[in-house]
Design a protein around this ligand. Structure first.
Ligand SMILES: [Zn+2]
Length: 286
C-alpha cells in the first residue's frame, strides 16, 4: 500500500490514556446495550458488550505515544481519508450523500455508544455513534492466533470491512437486520444466516472500496496488497476460527461466513466495483 497525502480529521486517538477515563455508560441492570457489530467473534455481541460494563471506570493510565504509535495513527488517518473520499464519490454517483464515520483508536478499553469497548472484542462498528472502534493489538492476535500474514493493507482491509458496516447503516440495511433480529420470527440458525449475509456484504463493500480507491489513487494498491486482504479474509473465516479455537467446525453456528465465502465476496466487490452487485441476503437467505 502506497500512502497517499490525504489525512482525515475524524480519527479520535485515545491510545495515550491506557484505560477508560471514568464515566462509563451506565452499569447495572437498567442499562440498554445496543448491539455493536464485532469483527469476528460469534454469538450475541450484546452479551460481550454488557459483560464489559462495570460500575467504575478503570484507572486512567497516561502514556506517551511512541514514534511507531504515531506513525500508525497517521496511517489510520490516511486510510480513513481514503474511505471518506471513495464513499463520498460512490454515494454521489448513486444520488446519495455520504456522512463520514468516526474512528476511535484505543488501548485495552474505552467508552463507546454501544457500551464498554474492550480489546478482546476485536475491531467493531457501533451504529449508535457511527464509529469504528479498534485496538491495534488485534493485529498481533490475527497473526499469532489466526495465522494471517499482517501487512499495512491488512489494516486497510479490516477498516474497509468496518466501514462497510457504516455503509450498511447509512443505507438502512442494519436497521432491517435489527428488526428481523427483534421480531422473534427467526430461529437461531436463520439469525446466524442473516449475520453471515451482513458480514459478507461488509467484505463485499471492502472489495468495492479497494477497487474504487485503486482507480482514484493509481499507485495506492501495490503488488501483494490484494493477496494480503484475501489472506486476512480467509483467516477470519468462521471455519478457520472454529478449527483453531475449538478443533472442529459447526456450520450452523457460523456468524461471519467461511473462509471461502469471505474471499469470494471480497473479490466480487473488487472485480465489479459496483455496490449494486452486493446483495448477499437474497443469495444466502433463500
Ligand atoms: Zn463485520
Amino acid at each position: 500500500m502506497k500512502w497517499t497525502e490525504d489525512r482525515s480529521t475524524n480519527v479520535d486517538d485515545r491510545r495515550a490514556s491506557g484505560g477508560s477515563g471514568g464515566a462509563i455508560v451506565g452499569g447495572g441492570l437498567g442499562t440498554i446495550i445496543i448491539a455493536a457489530i464485532v469483527f469476528f467473534l460469534g454469538g450475541d455481541p450484546s452479551a460481550i458488550l454488557s459483560s464489559g460494563v462495570s460500575n467504575s471506570g478503570a484507572q486512567t493510565e497516561q502514556r506517551e505515544l511512541t514514534e511507531a504509535d504515531k506513525k500508525i495513527g497517521e496511517m489510520i488517518e490516511m486510510i480513513t481519508a481514503e474511505n471518506e473520499e471513495t464513499w463520498t464519490k460512490i454515494f454521489a454517483e448513486n444520488g446519495l450523500q455520504y456522512r463520514p464515520a468516526r474512528v476511535v483508536l484505543f488501548r485495552s478499553n474505552t467508552d463507546s455508544g454501544c457500551g464498554m469497548a474492550q480489546s478482546a472484542m476485536g475491531p467493531f462498528y457501533c451504529p449508535t455513534d457511527q464509529s469504528v472502534y479498534m485496538d491495534m493489538s488485534f493485529f498481533n492476535e490475527l497473526q499469532q492466533k489466526f495465522g494471517a500474514k499482517v501487512t499495512e493493507f491488512t489494516v486497510a482491509y479490516v477498516m474497509a470491512h468496518e466501514m462497510g458496516h457504516h455503509i450498511q447503516n447509512l443505507l438502512g440495511t442494519l436497521n432491517e437486520t435489527d428488526k428481523a433480529r427483534r421480531s422473534g420470527r427467526y430461529s437461531e440458525a436463520q439469525l446466524n444466516q442473516i449475520s453471515v449475509a451482513t458480514e459478507l456484504q461488509a467484505d463485499f463493500y471492502a472489495g468495492v472500496w479497494s477497487r474504487v480507491t485503486g482507480d482514484r489513487e493509481k499507485s495506492f494498491i501495490e503488488p501483494g496488497d490484494l493477496e494480503s486482504a484475501i489472506n486476512a479474509a480467509e483467516a477470519v473465516g468462521d471455519d478457520n476460527i472454529q478449527k483453531r479455537s475449538q478443533g472442529y467446525v459447526n456450520q450452523e453456528s457460523f456468524t461471519h461466513g467461511s473462509s471461502a465465502q469471505r474471499k469470494e465476496w471480497f473479490m466480487k466487490g473488487y472485480n465489479s466495483g459496483d455496490i449494486k452487485q452486493g446483495d448477499t441476503f437474497s443469495q444466502l437467505l433463500r
